[in-house]
Structure formats: structure tokens, C-alpha cells
Design a protein around this ligand. Structure first.
Ligand SMILES: [Cu+2]
Length: 345
């Protein structure tokens, strides 16, 4: 009798697994077939991201970053680590591990020579997180140390090198934390500015990042990304600010006027791929590698950004039209890595 019950349970389990697999494949097929996908076919289930068990049902409201200048050369910055759903592709949500509910995280801007009093409030109830600013020199085990779930940590360092730097969570596995969304950019504005400052009419901050199958460390290590994306981060209050979503800067292009000189602060936060940054239809007249005014180059077609690498690029747009900002690794463009710049009279 017991044996009979066991076989019955086993049969039921196998059936349940088969139904789940079949159901999953059907959803996947529907997603891949835009023509057949009607509004009515979309279920809530499709929009529900996969989940790491301790984060199930968690979607923490983005918390604004706090930045307060306490003296001419000292800033207090407070950020959160938190679990927030991010739309990474049309109809694809990712329960991202984030800074402040954004992925990439919010843009941080300080001045060369600033002392930064940085506080990380870890709102994640299950996983320790940390902050590694590439802009500072500090003993990582002390100043980039883990902050435990529901705790706060404060760390102090100075930003002595100007440039466009990556920041990221440095908690093991670093790859898992970065690929799940814990990356962003800190700009350290040079004390004496850039030699081309007075030529610039308009500024943007653009970040490239990759996505992989949800929280799948094996895929992060061994597979190509599923999406490669550009996001724009606000330099000023009214600027466009997006997450790493394939459609974000296609649905809402960046805007400029004919004849303007445009500066872009750019960074490739990876975690794994190189970016070959290029703007179709223009030449990058002035480029500062890693954003340091000393690293001034002229007339580049493409700027190589290693994983974590940054630059300041400047170019003019001389005709009205739509200019595509890409990485010239076009397999990544097919996966989403393009932003549009609309230039009008
Ligand atoms: Cu983390």
C-alpha cells in the first residue's frame, strides 16, 4: 500500500513538473513571437520576475539618494541597497539588486578634492551589500566593507582624481551583485575644469550595462548577455533619468539642436563586456579617457571602454536628424545597446 502511494505521488510530481515546463515554454514562445502576442494573451505571470527566494514578493519603492554639501570640500552622501523590479526589456521585469531602486544606480557627482562621508543603508532583508567607489583610494576590506541586512555603515574617503568612475557593490560574489544590478557612476569634476568647457552647449551622462538570465551565476560566468543597454542618468534635476532598459532611449530620444557641441560623460559598468562607444554620423572631436583632463585625445571614431572604464566625449552635430549612439560591437546593438539623439533646427 505504501509503495502504491509512493508511485502515485511520484507520478503526480512528474506530471506537475511536465506541466510547469510546458507552461514555461509556451510563455517563452509567445514572448518570442511578437506577431502572435496580443494584449489579451499577456498574463500577470509573464510580467512577474523570477525570484531569489528570500526576495520573493519584495519590490522596494526607490529611495532618493541624499547628497548634502557640508563645506566647500566635504559632502555627505547616503544611499540604499534595495530590491526593486526593473524593466530591462519590453515586458521583461528583473527583480534587481539595486542602489536606491535604480539600475544603474543614481549618478553621484562630487568635486576633485572632496572628502566623502558615505553611508550605505542596507534595506535588503537577506543579503549583505557594500560600496566600492573606483574614484577613491582606500583599503577595500575596511572602507568597502559589507553592511549587513537592515544595518547601516558609514565610510570616509577623499576623491582626489578627476574623472568618470564606476561604482559597484563589492560583496562576494561580486559578479552576481553587479550583474543583478548593483552598479553606477560617480563623476569627480576636475578642479580646473576641462580645456574645452566653454565650447560645450549640452551635457548627458550615459551608461552601458549587461543583463543575464535572472540571478544565474553560471550564465553570468559562461554565457553571452541576453540584453546590453544604454541608460541616461540625470546631471541636473530636470534631465532624463532611465534604468537599463533596451527601449528607454529609443522611445524617448535625447534632444539637441543643430550646431551644438555635446559632451557625454560615459561609462561601461559591464560587468563582463567591452564597449566600443561610437556615435553614428559624427566624429568625437575631443575625448578625455576616464574623464581625466590630462588624457586628452582628438578626433576619435570609437572609444574603447573596458569593463568599468569611462570617458568624457565631445562632438558637434551639424545637421538635423536622428543620430544613433551605439557600441560598435553590433551583436550588442541587436541586444538593445543603442540610444537615439534627435537633433532639430
Ligand atoms: Cu550587493
Amino acid at each position: 500500500m505504501k509503495k502504491g502511494l509512493f508511485i502515485l505521488l511520484l507520478t503526480v510530481s512528474v506530471l506537475v513538473v511536465m506541466v510547469s515546463i510546458y507552461g514555461f515554454q509556451s510563455n517563452d514562445d509567445a514572448k518570442n513571437d511578437d506577431v502572435n502576442q496580443s494584449e489579451t494573451e499577456e498574463t500577470d505571470e509573464q510580467d512577474e520576475p523570477n525570484t531569489f527566494e528570500p526576495h520573493e514578493g519584495l519590490n522596494q519603492e526607490p529611495v532618493p539618494v541624499e547628497m548634502e554639501r557640508v563645506s566647500e570640500d566635504e559632502v555627505n552622501i547616503k544611499m540604499t541597497s534595495q530590491i526593486t523590479d526593473i524593466e530591462i526589456d519590453k515586458g521583461v521585469n528583473y527583480k534587481a539588486w539595486t542602489f536606491n531602486g535604480e539600475a544603474p544606480g543614481p549618478l553621484v557627482v562630487v568635486n576633485e578634492g572632496d572628502t566623502i562621508n558615505f553611508t550605505l543603508e542596507n534595506l535588503d532583508p537577506a543579503v549583505p551589500h557594500s560600496m566600492d567607489f573606483h574614484a577613491v583610494k582606500a583599503a577595500p576590506d575596511k572602507k568597502f566593507a559589507n553592511v549587513m541586512p537592515n544595518e547601516e555603515g558609514t565610510f570616509t574617503y577623499t576623491a582626489d582624481s578627476p574623472g568618470v568612475f564606476m561604482y559597484h557593490c563589492g560583496t562576494d560574489s561580486v559578479l552576481r551583485h553587479i550583474a543583478n544590478g548593483m552598479h553606477g557612476v560617480i563623476i569627480v569634476m576636475p578642479e580646473d575644469g576641462y580645456p574645452t568647457d566653454d565650447q560645450v552647449d549640452r551635457e548627458f551622462a550615459l551608461i552601458q550595462n549587461e543583463w543575464y538570465p535572472y540571478d544565474d551565476l553560471d550564465a553570468m560566468m559562461n554565457e553571452e548577455p541576453t540584453q546590453v543597454v544604454f541608460s541616461a542618468k540625470a546631471l541636473n534635476e530636470d534631465d532624463i533619468n532611465t534604468n537599463g532598459t533596451t527601449k528607454a532611449l529609443k522611445d524617448e530620444p535625447l534632444q539637441a539642436k543643430v550646431g551644438e557641441t555635446i559632451r557625454m560623460y560615459i561609462n561601461n559598468v559591464g560587468p563582463n563586456e567591452i564597449s566600443s562607444f561610437h556615435v553614428v554620423g559624427t566624429v568625437l572631436d575631443d575625448v578625455y579617457i576616464d574623464g581625466n583632463p590630462e588624457n586628452h585625445m582628438k578626433g576619435l571614431q570609437t572609444v574603447t571602454l573596458p569593463a568599468s572604464g569611462g570617458a568624457v566625449v565631445e562632438f558637434t552635430v551639424e545637421e538635423a536628424g536622428t543620430y544613433k549612439v551605439v557600441t560598435h560591437q553590433f551583436d550588442h546593438v541587436e541586444k538593445g545597446a543603442a540610444a537615439l539623439l534627435e537633433v532639430t533646427e
